[in-house]
Design a protein around this ligand. Structure first.
Ligand code: BTN
Length: 335
């Protein structure tokens, strides 16, 4: 595992100032030096260090500094600066590479780390999906992130949790980035009929409480078909492929983390319930479709007709009877 060091606070301050400068404007070196209590030479040294990490900064005598380009991967100080600009608080552990962000979040929770916090990585060596599957996790401009939580809610309340988080991700992608996304029960986000993202929620449950909860999200952001293995070439997509433009990964990640934290808080308070059905109606990609459902060793055929309050899938069977299924995998049948 290759841990990135914590960002230096002066780097976060410098990057925030550069990001917040008006288009084309320069940030004064002496202003930064004064703000940081450093010499101008020390500021220049930090900026040179940032350049060696993938930033391009123009320096003009008597004018100051201007940010021209930023790294395409997640960068600790840049992500921290973007989070600070959003003005929400969330401790973030950013790793260059890890086996799985879900596994790392679980390990940190078990050491007593205060939640909520997030774990993100540029690459996972053992990214995991549902049902023992692996998740494509190369360093290709995608997001691999986990939110570590201690909701202290009864397990019976947790049924719709993953779906709710997925709906809020759909709303974020749709309303902020104009992506035509949908959710496929129970854990897939689709775009143009292809898989854009997958969610994996893992919990440690005591008798009455969900003690530890890890919400994992793998979202293909800037990867292109050339990055994917052959087996994914016909079933995967990325935002870049769907929308036709690439994203500033750190700003995108900060925005998404803010959305996830807000979604989690609404879930815990119960305020989510009013929006749940509305968003489900908007983003359900299975509604009215003929599906085959595999659940706990059995196979059912029917028409998907929404979900119930507990997050189970409602299925109308060919004989007209209704079935509610809490766990399983769905495939579409050709109509
Ligand atoms: C699936 O579709 O089967 C779920 C995929 C979930 C992948 C994410 S990537 C971040 C987090 N860490 C993991 O190891 N898995 C989840």
């Amino acid at each position: 595992m290759n841990t990135q060091s914590n960002p230096r606070s002066e780097d976060v301050t410098i990057l925030r100032a550069l990001l917040e400068a008006e288009e084309g404007a320069y940030v004064s070196g002496s202003g930064l030096a004064e703000q940081l209590g450093l010499s101008r030479v020390s500021v220049r040294t930090r900026i040179q260090q940032l350049e060696s990490e993938g930033f391009a900064v123009e320096a003009i005598r008597h004018k100051g500094y201007r940010l021209l380009a930023q790294p395409e991967t997640l960068h600790p100080a840049l992500l921290e600066a973007e989070i600070a600009r959003k003005e929400f608080h969330l401790p973030v552990h950013l790793l260059h590479e890890v086996d799985s962000t879900n596994a790392e979040a679980t390990r940190l929770l078990s050491t007593g780390a205060e939640a909520p916090f997030a774990v993100l990585a540029n690459r996972q060596s053992a990214g995991r999906g549902r049902m023992g599957r692996t998740w494509f996790s190369e360093a290709a401009g995608n997001l691999y992130l986990s939110l570590a939580l201690r909701p202290q809610l009864p397990p019976a309340r947790m049924g719709p949790f993953t779906l709710w988080m997925g709906l809020k991700v759909c709303q974020f992608l749709d309303e902020r980035h104009d992506a035509a996304v949908g959710i496929k029960w129970p854990n897939d986000l689709l775009c143009n009929g292809r898989k854009l993202a997958g969610m994996l929620t893992e919990a440690r449950i005591d008798t009455d409480f969900t003690r530890e909860l890890v919400f994992g999200l793998g979202l293909n952001v800037n990867s292109t078909p050339a990055d994917w293995p052959e087996a994914l070439s016909t079933i995967a997509t990325s935002l870049r492929e769907a929308i036709g433009k690439s994203f500033s990964l750190n700003a995108f990640a900060a925005d998404l983390l803010a959305t996830l934290v807000e979604a989690y808080e609404a879930f815990v308070s119960g305020a989510y319930a009013a929006d749940f059905k509305v968003l489900w109606t908007r983003y359900d990609s299975l509604m009215g479709k003929d599906v085959t459902l595999h659940s706990q060793g059995s196979t059912f055929e029917g028409t998907a007709c929404g979900i119930n309050d507990d997050g189970s899938l409602a299925l109308q069977r060919p004989d007209g009877s209704r079935l509610s299924v809490r766990a399983g995998d769905v495939t579409l049948r050709p109509s």
